[in-house]
Design a protein around this ligand. Sequence first.
Ligand code: KG4
Ligand code: ZN
Length: 352
Amino acid sequence: MEKRRSTGETTYRILGIESSCDETAAAVVENGRRILSNVVASQAALHAQYGGVFPEAASRQHLLTFVPVIEQALRDAHVELAEVDAIAVTRGPGLPGSLVVGINVAKGLAMVSGKPLIGVHHLEAHLHSVLLSDAQVQGSEILYPAIGLIVSGGHTELVLISEPLRYQSLGATLDDAAGEAFDKVARLLKLPYPGGPSIQMVSAKGNPEAFSFPRAWLEGTWNFSFSGLKTAVLREVKRLERYGSGMPVEDLAASFQQAVVDVLVGKTLAAAEQFRAKCILIVGGVAANRALREAISLRAPTPVLIPPLYLCTDNAAMIAAAGYFRYRAGQSDGLDMDVLPNWPLAKSLQQF
Ligand code: KG4
Ligand code: ZN
């Protein structure tokens, strides 16, 4: 419930709910920034046996896990459902069956509590993850215009944020998302799922210049492509197998990682320059990558905002944060809200 602090500042608490992929998550966030609780039940171990996310298993696992996850989020935050101001839930994009579970849970809570329901765009939520603070981390302020690079298992998108809540999509991947490329190449190299952390780990012992893998610059566009890179790694693996003198997994992983990082950093910096960005946001699961974090921070002329590792991957604190700003802008959704599995974040710049 809306409260006034001794400082006179009004506080709003939003319960966030996330289930777009393979994390079942709930969180309570105050004023879009202060994390009161953040509970994430990862399904990574369940999907590891399939080498990737198995959608039906994901939906069923969300069904099993949601109630205890939400109860824990409320308990950790020391709030009752009656004390939150709104319920924010991921509406899309994501796996339809997984989104349905989260939305139905959120609807049930909104119905019994009478609180407003806010459908949140998952990528907008990732962008808000840089604002979040808790006892360990201090959130950052976004300076506008900003360039946002969203790099996750399902998305690779470069976004111009001209002012709060206003996004223009500059470009996106034409094929595999960056995280998907990490996951697929990890599988090729027989490394465990999820591939990003596995590749990062073995890359630490590898030479990033051992193999010169292709970089798809796609000049003249802000788009990305990673399928050619993945195929180049596959071709190299097959060649080495024929050769039969052992697989230099560390060097292959490090060289692949370097190729991805070069393109992500190069295009993000070029966009920041062209659109005179005052800051750069790097968000999503792949933003956890150490080589990417180091390269962009080293080369960027503006502040670079990257969330701490546990806020890079899917969580509900970022859903609550984005939901807060939508709530304060007077937006909410009806109890007949449907999922939007392919919801675009913004119109492409060409359409403006
Ligand atoms: O944002 P996220 O948790 O889920 C989606 O919305 O997709 O991102 C998951 C993706 C996976 O593809 C995973 O391999 C990748 O993020 N990832 C990483 C790292 N940690 C997670 N990729 C590269 N380096 C990492 N350290
Ligand atoms: Zn995500």
